[in-house]
Design a protein around this ligand. Structure first.
Ligand code: NI
Length: 177
């Protein structure tokens, strides 16, 4: 947080199925996995292009969490389905060590392309919808702290955990994106 790339608007990808795009996507999945994140946007690794990756594999330790398919989404578009909002704790690899309570649309439709140029379209809800909204925000220069409505619900992970501030979801490794 503080790097100008994270505050700007990323540029659309114009060419699909190129070695450069393939390498970027590999890099992004590597970074996401090293950091135990559930999503990552290209500007977070210094590339101002409209590319996000996300996914969450089934995990015995968190059986209540619905897995999310490992997905590359290039030039994504998003549309809320209804106006129902839902609050959830979020973290971000660009804002390490912190968590905040953020409202997001509960249900969305998203569209985009994979790195080969194949179309992707899905209707999703809940945590999956939250992750995609968080990542697409990165392409438009928005970091989750800008979406927090009550700044008392923002703090260091360690403190929030210790003080049990309605933080049942805090311990999940996948809450970083
Ligand atoms: Ni993030």
């Amino acid at each position: 947080m503080g790097h100008p790339l994270l505050l700007g608007t990323a540029s659309p990808v114009r060419e699909f199925d190129t070695p450069a795009l393939g390498a970027l996507v590999d890099d992004m999945f590597d970074t996401m996995s090293v950091e135990s994140g559930v999503g990552l946007a290209a500007p977070q690794i210094g590339v101002g292009q409209r590319v996000i990756v996300f996914g969450l594999e089934e995990n015995q330790r968190y059986p209540d969490i619905q897995p999310i398919p490992m997905t590359v989404l290039v030039n994504p578009e998003i549309e809320p389905l209804g106006d129902e909002m839902e609050f959830g704790w979020e973290g971000c690899l660009s804002v390490p060590g912190m968590r905040g309570l953020v409202p997001r649309y509960r249900q969305i439709r998203y569209r985009g392309f994979d790195q080969k140029g194949n179309r992707i379209e899905r209707e999703v809800e809940g945590f999956h919808a939250r992750v995609v909204q968080h990542e697409i925000d990165h392409l438009d220069g928005i970091l989750y702290p800008q979406r927090i409505e009550d700044m008392r619900m923002f703090g260091f992970e360690q403190e929030l955990e210790q003080h049990q501030l309605e933080t049942s979801s805090l311990n999940r490794p996948e809450s970083n994106s």
